[in-house]
Design a protein around this ligand. Structure first.
Ligand code: B12
Ligand code: SF4
Length: 588
């Protein structure tokens, strides 16, 4: 290969693509003229233009499930242009065979050493898996390439780092356990603290930086490492941090103290569902409400901002189950409740379970939309978890056993099925079903997705409202035509009055209108006046109101837009606090 030009392709996100930043570092040090191309949505045309113009010898795709079909088409096209293609990343790792016809090299799993060998011309075409994880550790990253080409990433006051690879947990919807299996079991790869410090000092000295987001699956599990990290971070870096943890970690007071000392200002962690049975059997996260509540109390006591994560429309959930999730969050009152609509991933335990139970009827991951804000693809069960709950709990022989995993559904018609358990299907020549289930018909299924999507759009707010889950139920149980901003305002008044908050809500409204009058020139728009209580629960609510006004929400009533704007607002003013504003007017 004479030309030493390379393009590495990833997805355009608000967050920098860490894998690509390190891969670019390897290429740069080997003397390759390297570009990074981040694909917006599914539009690969600009990439094809760039390939035609830049004429690279190799294009490297970092491929994710959900975007794989479009990526395959683009890779095929690039190969037809006479350019060699290498594929790596999550889809190449978990769906290696699918990638094989679309690339000269497919790199499965951890890819730093193999990528170097490819660029050095030392690996033949084909699929490669490096059995030694992190044989060469992390390369020195090349952030400049990405930041120069994508100024929104350079300008962001929040930058991401990663300190460890690996997660010891086995949540059923996640690929972490598949990753562990590939390497013969879990082992945590911890980056040397000094290496991380050097990387962050480089960022701090060259780019805007107010907060570091640590992308580790679970940060701070190893106490010795954490002690060293805390010591060095607080003396050398002194930049606030946000991390991702599991609530089990809050059981150690020393760990929480170290987090505080290091400069963590907040944490993100998953709850996923409000019902303990769903968490235990569907999600394989046996976490009791007691642990959730006490963990959050400890975090709040230390002043950490918290974001909880959950998924609506999970298999075996239903709208009342989803309202339980909201209710738990109303009780916990996090700074930010984040929620998405569940999308199953085949190859994970939950993906396979949904197929076995007839809830997901697709044979490949080709119909998955990775935009987890949109409606899902499942055939939900009419009574949610109810038919399964007792039997599955009784059959579990110990705390780890999950009889749901061995269950299957035999469709008797598109809307009903016999449920059987493993070998029980045929006993003595007689078919023995454990019980029958009904699936929602298509209009009820659609109605459920509509309701779950509306819940998702409003949860950031509803979780802050007094008894917000009850207001949610009132609203989403209305016919869809009545899901208007004005109607939401009316219901909110009725709801607050029903709770005896009439006096308070008047004061909140007046205070809010006053703060709007101070910041909005001219008449306050009707949209804002229609539901002032929406804004009273947010920090800097008057600024949020203006953002919705300027983006035309009150005319369009585009609920996903409201969701996106209020989510970003909460990130800035509630969770990361990179912007300062008035505290929420309505408090509980
Ligand atoms: C940060 C992160 C995000 C960020 C992405 C930021 C960004 N710009 O990349 C955000 C929050 C946006 C995100 C979103 C989602 N994520 Co995410 N995310 C992660 C996370 C935690 C870390 C990724 C990372 O930076 N790793 C560190 C770097 C060094 O590793 P890496 O990128 O994997 O790269 C290595 C190899 O894969 C390989 N490699 C990668 N690319 C290439 C390219 C070539 C050419 C080569 C040779 C090698 C190679 O080499 C690298 C070194 O070993 C991973 C879990 C994890 N621990 O990896 C999940 C993960 C990638 N996410 C996942 C999922 C499912 C999602 C979502 C779909 C959310 C959901 N429903 O759960 C969305 C997708 C949204 C969308 N619009 O598509 C899955 C992907 C599964 C799959 N089969 O694709 C993962 C693996 C989590 C999991 N364990 O299930 N995510
Ligand atoms: S804790 Fe997070 S990374 Fe670990 S298995 Fe569960 S979802 Fe995956």
């Amino acid at each position: 290969m004479k030309s030493r030009r390379l393009i590495i392709v990833g997805k355009w996100e608000a967050i920098e693509p860490l894998g690509i930043i390190y891969l670019a570092g390897i290429a740069h040090r080997l003397g390759w003229e390297t570009r990074v191309h981040l694909v917006k949505g599914s539009d690969f045309n600009p990439l094809i233009d760039e390939v035609a113009d830049f004429k690279p010898a190799i294009v490297g795709f970092s491929i994710w499930t959900g975007q794989h079909k479009e990526t395959f088409a683009a890779a095929d096209y690039v190969m037809k242009m006479g350019v060699r293609v290498v594929m790596g990343g999550p889809h190449a790792t978990y769906f290696t065979e699918e990638c094989e016809g679309h690339a000269n090299w497919v790199v499965r799993g951890e890819g730093f050493r193999n990528f170097r060998l490819i660029l050095e011309g030392k690996l033949p075409f084909g699929t490669h898996f490096d059995k030694v994880r992190m044989a060469e550790g992390f390369p020195i990253p090349q952030r400049d390439i990405v930041y120069k080409q994508y100024p929104h990433l350079a300008e962001s006051p929040i930058k991401s780092i990663i300190c460890s690879i690996g997660c010891p947990f086995n949540c059923s919807y996640c690929f972490a356990s598949c990753y562990n299996r590939m390497y013969g079991g879990f082992s945590l790869y911890l980056r040397p603290v000094d290496e991380i410090i050097n990387e962050v000092l480089q960022i701090r000295d060259n780019y805007p930086l107010e907060l570091i987001y640590v992308q580790d699956d679970v940060f701070g599990t190893n106490m010795n490492w954490l002690r060293e990290f805390t010591d060095k971070w607080k003396s050398l870096v002194k930049i606030p941090l946000h991390g991702q943890i599991r609530l089990e970690l809050t059981n150690s007071e020393e760990r929480l103290n170290l987090f505080k000392e290091a400069g963590f200002t907040g944490f993100t962690f998953a709850i996923e569902h409000g019902n303990a049975w769903i968490r235990r059997f569907v999600l394989n996260r046996a976490m009791e409400n007691k642990l959730i509540c006490s963990g959050i109390e400890k975090l709040k006591k230390r002043g950490f901002a918290i974001r909880t994560e959950q998924m609506y429309a999970l298999p075996l959930s239903d709208i009342s189950g989803d309202l339980e999730t909201l209710e738990l969050n109303v009780d916990l009152n996090p700074d930010m409740m984040w929620s998405t609509i569940f999308a199953p991933c085949l190859g994970t335990a939950l993906g396979d379970m949904t197929v076995n139970l007839g809830i997901y009827r697709c044979k490949s991951s080709d119909d998955i939309d990775t935009s987890y804000w949109v409606k899902g693809v499942l055939h939900h069960i009419a009574d949610g978890r109810k038919s399964f709950e007792k039997l599955v709990s009784e059959r579990a022989v110990n705390l780890r056993d999950n009889p749901l995993i061995g269950m299957g559904a035999m469709l008797t018609d598109p809307l009903s099925a016999d449920i059987f358990y493993g070998d029980d299907l045929i006993r003595d020549g007689v078919f023995t079903a454990l019980f029958q289930i009904k699936y929602l018909n298509s209009s009820d299924n659609l109605r459920y997705y509509d309701q779950a999507t509306m819940l998702q759009c409003l949860s950031g707010w509803l979780s802050k409202v007094h008894q917000g889950h009850k207001l949610a139920a009132d609203f989403i149980n209305l016919p869809k035509e009545e899901w208007t901003w004005h109607r939401l305002g009316e219901l909110t008044i009725k709801h607050l009055d029903g709770l005896g908050l009439w006096d308070k809500r008047e004061i909140w409204r007046n205070d809010f209108i006053k703060s709007c009058e101070e910041s909005i020139a001219g008449e306050i728009p009707n949209g804002i006046k229609d539901n002032p209580y929406f804004f009273c629960y947010f920090p800097a609510g008057e600024i949020l109101a203006q953002k919705l006004q300027s983006k035309g929400f009150f005319e369009s009533e585009d609920w996903p837009l409201l969701s996106a704007i209020s989510r970003n607002h909460l990130f800035e003013y509630g969770l990361y606090k990179i912007k300062q504003g008035n505290p929420p007017i309505a408090t509980r």
